[in-house]
Design a protein around this ligand. Structure first.
Ligand code: NAP
Length: 475
């Protein structure tokens, strides 16, 4: 496929191969964009913004609605592309395609709700004869930088609110999974998006990232990815808005009074969705001691039933990791933990990029699988005396995106809600629960700001205040 700059599909001699990590086949190639391409994209986006900011709300709504319909119409095409270029199974990919259509539909709905309000100027002495209001205007050019693990819906989480608010976008998708984003760009153009409102530059972040994030014409960087890249971008960005959706090592607490089967089923699914490459994937499970053994047995039994293998087969439960290098990384983290005293209850085997669903117990303090983000199908089980201990251990990391708690006690639930240092708590489901309209984001190294269309739209627009001095009107 080609990249999109200035309303045209642009190619380059230098190419990047997009590889299916399961069998190493080449899915397609994309041009390797360079610094000049980024500058051309920003210049085009500046013209695109002039069109977008003048586009009436009903036209922006219609474009978003039509794009949502096209994604729904072509859902199988989108799902196969997600599954082939990335890690997801075809069933996981279909859910992402469905969510993408829904995300754009929500963006269309939210575009109609962008309003301001009157300001009570005369509450301040000396402003008796003043009236006015504020309304929200688009921020301008937004650089959207996206990761590999949800290559379609996380792009929609940036493009949807950006266009709902009347902005223009330069999108840099992950180099390993750029194709779903390019398909979405095709759908937007077919839906009538002004051609220069969206540029998609394919190219490596370490080559083209600096030009994109340091350019003063870019007014906001909306980034989803790892904390290292996020911090590096934040340092270089200069005076512009930044939205950062970063990683985590999400905890789930299972109390003895929980609905047992629900807790097992949801935690297993949350640990191994997208081969564990999921920012809200279940990584650490704290289980009250009276049910620890029973929970561990049930969790391991369920894990061992997982069918791991060819992503496009309907009964496949889990695909490969995104690259063999990533699978080797987690293999060495698990081996290190086992050498330091952890017990391997299931998995621990690698074949190429495939790493089997893995369950650990007795993980010693300080092991990387416990305190860093695994971003892999690896979960650790910990027995705890009580809720206080579970919450203390849950909070003892640098991250804080979502957390889950399984309990039938409202007191337990409210204790966790009050004390857990995270961007969201899911009661009676795992941390791996998200709908696209909810405020989504984290604390500590998990990020800055919130996505979820309504909340992203606030970040992507700014209030402009209008004040009339009635004395100047003369009556
Ligand atoms: P990543 O390596 O940080 O890459 C994310 C994006 O940033 C890619 O497009 C990458 O480009 C680009 N990039 C890297 N360095 C850059 C630089 N210096 N300047 C500009 N762009 C740069 O993350 P990933 O491996 O794709 O995704 C996994 C991470 O994303 C995990 O930590 C996960 O938790 C996080 N994540 C967070 C959320 C959330 O909503 N909180 C959702 C999903 C994923 P290249 O591909 O060319 O390197």
């Amino acid at each position: 496929m080609k990249m999109l700059i200035g309303g045209r599909w642009v190619d380059r001699d230098e190419k990047i191969e997009v590889i299916d990590p399961y069998d190493n086949s080449v899915v397609d190639t994309v041009p390797s964009g360079n610094e000049k391409d980024v500058l051309a994209a920003i210049e085009s986006a500046a013209r695109g913004f002039e069109t977008m900011r003048r586009l009436p709300t009903h036209e922006r709504v219609a474009i978003l609605r039509r794009t949502a319909e096209f994604v729904a119409r072509d859902k199988e095409k989108f799902a196969r592309m997600i599954a082939r270029e990335g890690s997801k199974t075809i069933r996981e990919a279909r859910k992402e395609a469905f969510r993408c259509s829904n995300t754009l539909q929500i963006a269309a709905d939210e575009a109609r709700k962008i309003v301001g309000e009157t300001v009570n100027f005369d509450a301040a002495p000396g402003s008796e004869n003043r009236v006015g209001y504020y309304y929200r205007f688009p921020i301008g050019i937004i650089a959207a930088i996206t990761p590999f693990n949800d290559p379609l819906n996380l792009v929609a989480h940036k493009l949807g609110p950006a266009f709902a608010g009347g902005n223009a976008v330069v999108l840099k998708p992950a180099t390993v999974t750029p194709l779903s984003a390019l398909l979405l760009a095709e759908a937007f153009l077919e839906a009538g998006l002004p051609p220069e409102a969206l540029q998609v530059v394919t190219g490596r972040g370490d080559r083209i990232g600096d030009v994109l994030v340091t350019d003063p014409r870019v007014r906001m960087i909306s980034f989803t990815g790892g904390p290292e890249a996020g911090e590096s971008i934040a340092r270089k960005a200069g005076l512009k808005k930044i939205g950062m959706e970063l990683g985590s090592n999400s905890p789930v607490i299972v109390m003895a009074d929980a609905s047992f089967d629900l807790a097992v089923e949801c935690s297993v699914s949350g640990a191994f969705w997208a081969a564990g490459q999921n920012c809200i994937g279940v990584q650490r499970i704290y289980i009250e001691k009276p049910i620890y053994e029973k929970f561990a047995d049930a969790f391991v039994a369920r894990t061992k039933k997982y069918k791991v293998g060819p992503k496009l087969e309907e009964d496949c439960d889990m695909g490969p990791m995104i690259t063999e290098g990533e699978a080797k990384r987690i293999e060495s983290w698990v081996n290190d933990a086992v050498k330091a005293g952890a017990t391997l209850l299931a998995g621990g085997k690698r074949r190429g990029a495939v790493y089997d669903p893995t369950v650990l117990a007795d993980v010693p303090e300080g092991a990387r699988v416990g305190c860093e983000e695994v971003f892999a199908p690896v979960v650790s089980l910990y027995p705890v005396e009580n809720l206080e201990e579970a919450v203390r251990l849950s909070n003892g990391t640098d991250y804080g995106l979502l957390a889950g708690i399984f309990t039938s006690s409202i007191e337990n639930a409210f204790y966790a809600i009050r004390e857990m240092d995270v961007g969201g708590i899911i009661v009676n489901d795992s941390s791996d629960y998200r709908v696209d309209q909810m405020p989504f984001g984290g604390v500590k190294r998990s990020g800055l700001g919130r996505e979820g269309i309504q909340f992203a739209l606030l970040e992507m627009t700014e209030p402009k205040v209008v004040c009339f001095n009635l004395q100047g009107i003369g009556r």
